[in-house]
Design a protein around this ligand. Sequence first.
Ligand SMILES: C[S@@+](CC[C@H](N)C(=O)[O-])C[C@H]1O[C@@H](n2cnc3c(N)ncnc32)[C@H](O)[C@@H]1O
Length: 287
Amino acid sequence: MAKSYLEKLNLGEVLKPEDWEAYLIETHHRAPGMSPEAFAHLKNSDGHNSYEELVHKISGSPTTILDLACGDGYLVEKLAHRFPQSKYIGLDMSEGELAVARERNIPSAVEWIHGRAQALPLGDNSVEVITCHMAFMLMQPIEPVLKEIARVLKLGGKFMSVIGSPENAGSFDEEVRKVMSGFFMEHIPEIKNVVTGDKRVKTKEELSGLLKPVGLTLETVEDQNFETTGTPEEFWQITKNMYFIDLLSPSHRSALKQCILDLAKNHADSSGELTFGYRRRFLTIVI
Ligand SMILES: C[S@@+](CC[C@H](N)C(=O)[O-])C[C@H]1O[C@@H](n2cnc3c(N)ncnc32)[C@H](O)[C@@H]1O
């Protein structure tokens, strides 16, 4: 039987991009819908969640929209609400997520495709807008993805992506990140060897350098905070879906939950609630 991601990690094996993809597929198969479950409640100052903000940023009336790494189809449903006449393609490498997406009742024309961003089964110059919510920074290798984006986009088309910002959303977010990484280093130290995508997409200069050879240009970069107010337990409910928490043993997961709850309680006000959230980066890339 093939070794699991955790077994390979524990054995100190050098993990390849295909191991990372296998981990993502396994995790999303176990918990389809985990992304909107974690992200959709968090709002920016205009009251939009990060999916809604991405939709809001699209102008005109695109004929065809590809949602790259569409997950369970939450964004496609939002897009179809705003642009009902458009034709949609939702592509993801997780069959588990796509099974949930196919069950959505979306009145617009949608084609759900099981595939990888590195090899899009789509024609040249066939799409006006490509959206990608919280997945671009997970893709490795990234170069073939960019080549595919440049190939399928129509001239004047746009790739509009939301990624995690390299900046944190504030002091609580920073503390949570420190606690999490300390916890993982203690319990799964091999995790330091894991490559979770291509970090170059997070800096303007490096991203521009990746885009140039395929004829793409970084048009805008904008960071926004997405926040909500809730109890420490509600904070844990959005945190528990983070990658790698599923690799912890049940007892370590309970211990991490306790650490996070204690930290959140320290930040709660007299009503027992605190404000928490993430900082997201919106990228507009043009051809
Ligand atoms: C954090 S989830 C985001 C899902 C969805 N876009 C959302 O925000 O609700 C990341 C998604 O990217 C998909 N994914 C990651 N790398 C991919 C690749 N190279 N090709 C296709 N899908 C990929 C995963 O299967 C997963 O569904």
